[in-house]
Structure formats: C-alpha cells, structure tokens
Design a protein around this ligand. Structure first.
Ligand code: SF4
Length: 212
C-alpha cells in the first residue's frame, strides 16, 4: 500500500495510520492461516485485492476532503436469545425501537461500498436473530462482515451459510472462563460454545472451515 499523506485536517485523521496498518496486519494473518486450505487461500488472495481497491478509494476520497472510515459497526437487530446482566442493548431499551428495515440496511451497505468502507461489523442484540440477514450479505461479496454472536444459535444451517459466504467471519463472544460466562448469561451455555465439548459450536465451526 502507498504511504498515507494527510493534508489540512491531518490532526483529526492521525488515528487512521495505525488503523489502516492494523487492518493490513489482519489480512496478512488471514493469508497465513489460509495456507491450511488451498480454496480458502485463493479466496483470501482475491479478497485482499478487493480490500486494496477499497483502500485506494478511501485515499482518493481523502484527497477530495472526505474522511472515509475503513470499517463501520451496524447493529442489525436488538432482539436476543439471552438476558445477560449488564447488557448494553437491554439497558438502553433498544428492543423498544424497531430494527432498521432491509431496504435501509441495503442502502447503508451500498453507500459504504461506494465510499470505500470495506469492513462492516454486524452486531446486535444477536445478529443471528435477524431473518434474511444473510440474503443481504450475499449481495456484498467485496465487504468483510465480522459477526459478533453469542454462538448459541449456530446450527448446521448457519455453518453451511458461513461456508458459502467466507467473507462472513463469526466472532463468538465469551465472558471469560466457563464459570464467568455462565454467571453473566444466567444459564449454562458452556456445553454448546466451548471447544472442549464434543458438541461445541466453536469446534464445529473450526472443522467446517479447516476440515481438521
Ligand atoms: S448476548 Fe449480547 S446482546 Fe444478548 S443479552 Fe447478552 S450481552 Fe446482550
């Protein structure tokens, strides 16, 4: 990637240099991990090329005086299957308001792509509670979608979706140890999430991506 040159609003943009550097490191790491599986490696290589194009677009916008962030966070639903203590979404009564419509979400993603934002973090609530979400993400193969999930709803159908849309990257949240996770969530979740268990969803996800 070329060196970043800032102009008049340089001070306000100083956070961008380390951010872009970290994103570059992230993709370098993804490339290293993908060496375990050739088809995944090919996907990562082509995906990095798309990310480079988005980077160039951001730099172009910046020269025009528009500061485009490389990533954004979209809370796609306030609905959730858990009632964790101290949940930010529930404390703010997010569930009292309707979720954004499919058309609004599609429009936001199109606008982001046009500007050069190439990473959208999907959060909630629990994103897997939003019907039709992955029909929408399927239309944006150049966007990276890290997806924050509590992991409990991941079944074979979702694992298949993740396999078909490798730009979806599930990030399973844990609250610390097994004891701490169960305590905060108010129920025993460990047997379905932790990789040490035979039914562990994390373990099944790992197998589906790396076939090990
Ligand atoms: S899983 Fe997340 S969104 Fe759901 S209740 Fe717990 S903290 Fe809140």
């Amino acid at each position: 990637m070329p060196a970043v040159k800032y102009t008049a609003n340089e001070e306000n943009l100083s956070f961008r240099i380390p951010l872009e550097r970290e994103i570059k490191k992230l993709f370098r790491e993804a490339l290293r991990i993908s060496l375990f599986r050739f088809s995944f490696f090919l996907f990562v290589v082509s995906f990095i090329q798309k990310q480079r194009k988005a980077y160039k677009l951001r730099m172009l916008r910046q020269k025009e005086g528009v500061n485009v962030p490389p990533f954004m966070i979209v809370s796609v639903t306030s609905s959730c299957n858990l009632h964790c203590s101290g949940c930010f979404s529930k404390v703010n009564h997010a569930a009292d308001k309707p979720d954004m419509s499919d058309n609004e979400l599609i429009s936001i993603l199109h606008q982001a792509e046009e500007l050069g934002t190439s990473i959208t973090l999907l959060s909630g609530g629990e994103p897997l509670k939003r019907p039709g979400l992955f029909s929408i993400t399927r239309e944006f193969p150049r966007m990276l979608f890290p997806l924050f999930t509590n992991g409990l709803l991941i079944d074979n159908d979702y694992i298949e979706i993740f396999r078909l849309q490798p730009n979806l990257v599930p990030i399973v949240s844990l609250e610390g140890t097994e004891f701490e996770t169960n305590k905060r969530r108010g129920r025993d979740c460990s047997y379905t999430v932790f990789p040490s268990s035979p039914e562990g969803r994390v373990q099944r996800l790992h197998k589906s991506f790396f076939a090990v």
